[in-house]
Design a protein around this ligand. Sequence first.
Ligand code: UTP
Length: 473
Amino acid sequence: MADSSPSFDDLRTKLAEHGQEHVLRSWDRLSTSEQDRLKQQLLNLDLDLLDSLIAGTDEKKDFGGLAAAAQSPPAIRADGSGASWTPVQARQRGEQALRDGEVGAVIVAGGQGTRLGFAHPKGMFPIGPVSGRTLFQFFADRLIATRHRYGSRIPLYLMTSDATDEETRDDFESNDFLGLDPEDVIIFKQGTMPAVDAASGKLLLSAADSLALSPDGHGGTVTALARNGCLEDARRRGVKHLAYIQVDNPLADLCDPALLGHHLLAESEMTTQVVRKRDPLERVGNVVLVDGRIQIIEYSDLPEEAARACSEDGQLKLWAGNIAVHVIDVGFLERSSRSAGSLPFHRALKKVPFLSEDGKEINPEAPNATKFERFIFDLLPEARNAFVVEARASESFAPVKNAEGAPSDTPALAKAAISDLHSRWLEQAGAVVDSGVQVEINPRFALDSGELAEKIPANLRIDVDRYFDSGVE
Ligand code: UTP
């Protein structure tokens, strides 16, 4: 072995103690820089934690028990019922927070987007049904319009990963920060977790000088925000509440004043927006109440019987589907980041390319590896006054997950949902939209149907595809 530094010898011994020394099998053939890369990755590993994850001795939830005890969560309904305040009061409260500069935005965009199969970060996917704007541009336009309306800065904390960081930065830098003030765009990288062979628990190598690493899940946001100074930055700016969304839902109503207002009026540390599940087995997390605490049971962990159970009124008992739109207090994130180690890991069986023992690159046809990820929603049970607000799926949820041709969550379905929503806005504003015509409204033209009504002429007829472009500077 060329490297005899004490830390390396310690590392080698430690790897052997944990049955993972095979990762050094090509060590002698690596260049110094390759050795440095692998060594750094190995030094970053928490081998004790990994052992307990592989052995399954980390704390596990009894999902059957949880599901049996799960109740429908108390929630503000989409019609505004369920709270002691009105939707108008909520909106006004949220608008005040926006005006006071108390709101920041968090977009997580570190996922590998394997199902979509797009060659770039998902945020660069062209989703505008008429304009072809990218997901990143969608949210940048929304932030620009919101800032314009309320007159205060809204910092954007954009989380990337090793898989998406470089291209994301290039995309922002080479496109004039998509119209945002560069000082208000903070791009930061999440951590990684190694993938292990599903059968043996052995660490997988993606190359002779690299472990097969993947992003540590959107739950990694908590430590990554703290580690990269984003929470301090938010404090410095007077930002108290972070509007969190995932980059792959173009209908996510980033910095929605009503959602912010509900959060504030409920004095909640974490508020989550949900939609009514369209079918009992829909592949979304189930937001439930167990022992007085709001939490999420993933669809994959929810027994079918519990998923199908109905209340006396014939409605689904566990109706609230997670769409990953949250408002989270900075103070709560600071507290959580000090104990983020306590967020549990979830396991996923995935296809992970790897280097075989004889040095061949293998692209498995079936899932071969276990990945470990933390989920942001596991913060919910820890939050004071965690709160649930229902939105209508047709207005708030059109995830881009799968490649075209899949039965659900495809780009074509998301584009149709955007165009349908904007058609309805136009119709509410008095326009007539011919059937089959695609429409798209940039939030810089109008953020909502009310603003649209002020901007378009009376009796507008739309008979060809139309994009209402930005209307503010
Ligand atoms: P998903 O779990 O749906 O993963 O992420 P994905 O990367 O988009 O797609 P698949 O599963 O590989 O096909 C939901 C959101 O969370 C972000 C993603 O970027 C997406 O916006 N995410 C996910 C992260 O930021 N980091 C992660 O480690 C995982």
